[in-house]
Design a protein around this ligand. Sequence first.
Ligand code: AMP
Ligand code: MG
Length: 526
Amino acid sequence: MPLSHLKFNQNFIDTLPADSISDNYPRQVYKTSYSLTQPETFSNPKLIAYSLDAAAQLDINKSACQSKRFEEVFSGKNLLDGMKPYAMCYGGHQFGNWANQLGDGRAISLGDLTNSKSRKFCLQLKGAGATPYSRSGDGYAVLRSSIREFLCSEAMHYLGVPTTRALSLSLSGEKVYRDMMYDGNGDYEPGAIVCRTAPSFIRFGNFEILAARQELDLLKDLADFTINQHFSHLGKPCKEVYIKWFKEICKTTADMIVHWMRVGFVHGVMNTDNMSIHGLTIDYGPYGWLEDYDPDWTPNTTDASYHRYAYGQQAHIAHWNLVQFANSIYPLIEDTDELQKVLDFFGDYYLFESNKMMAQKLGWLNFKGESDDKIIKELLKILTLVETDMTLFFRNLAKLNHDINYKNIPDCLLDAYYSENDLNTNYIQKMSKWINSYINRCKEDNISQKDRAKNMNLINPKYVLRNYLAQLAIDKAHNQDYSMIHELLEVLKNPYTSQKGKDSFAQKRPDWAKDKAGCSMLSCSS
Ligand code: AMP
Ligand code: MG
């Protein structure tokens, strides 16, 4: 359908009270959840990529995506009838500390729509200029971080990980100053805008700011709005429904983290303002993909000292964030025991789902309890002993032969090691012992080796957005060559299927990328 047929609604801004000040300057915004604001009109924006699949969800067809109008709308230059842009007010706990008002400092929601299948979407521009929530920021985003958000949100979707989607990636046509490594060696970089979609962009922090300010009527209004619009299957808002709602948020958040752990994704900035109320991966900043299996790894240079948001910490941090969210909705419920029960449920549910996921990664039909737990824990311990590529290891594990009693590291697994020199006798003994116990366990399921491999290949991806691949696409884009963005988007559409001629996208990190900024470490500057 052409763009002009899209029907936008203003439920969010119509239901919730408006900001009494309409001027666009950085300030504290009280007694409202949003401020109306306009995206900047860049004189010469240029569309460089779009996701046809994300467009199809909005009932936008290919010819509409290729139209001049699409480029204009999703760079903020010339909006569609019915769009009424706004920025949201939210707060958040950053790195464990209450940071007060944050808000959409460089995100502007254009409007909400319901597609032909009755699914709700909000469309939002990221990087289209300053809002009342920009604080000291400029409201812009640079090309490198926009490429990373565009590609990763789509890649995550195809991997089956709950996420916001990316519709389009445009150059703003302007340069933006950034000091990427915070070392005084800043530079001008191309500015860019991503249009992203989600049922809503409501975060834990939207509630936290209202509770912190004791704006309790508005807290209730926002909770009721969220439930009526997005969780109506739970019933009309009341104390019991708020608790059910919280339980659902715990569940979807746990599901999201289980997926992150499955595919080796590290968000990098799990602040409560980056936690979606829908359990979606949101705000792709200094995220990274595990290369070497190291639970303590964090891609975020800001987190280099504490590793608060390291791979292995993510479930624990999700729980911590849910505690903050529980505190913020406490005034609606006033029942600590009930909230605590739900928080405890998170732990049990996460453990159950995580065990199920690990059993699936290993190709087992189910998780059999203590004996399986032992095999899983032993493997995760061994994987930390030498530098082992997580993605390749699990993918190639499917190739093990049930009829061999392994005395060495199987050829199919060798590719997963960063240095074969690391494989000393002690390691080889440990790993081959583990492999044999693993194969014995596989045999207990009475499924053929072929079926086990088939199942495993549906859950252990071959292609992920390896940090260095994203960086290569960025380096090319800085030379006006956008081909790798398109090629990666195509390959990542089928992450579980071997694709002819695409082996270079499934290879472990090359040596040059080991300590290169953008590949192994990322700053929040984006
Ligand atoms: P993030 O760490 O990207 O989730 O951002 C944290 C907060 O900083 C959010 O409120 C963002 O909107 C805001 N922010 C980040 N970068 C900018 C920027 N360039 N201009 C304005 N606000 C920004
Ligand atoms: Mg954020």
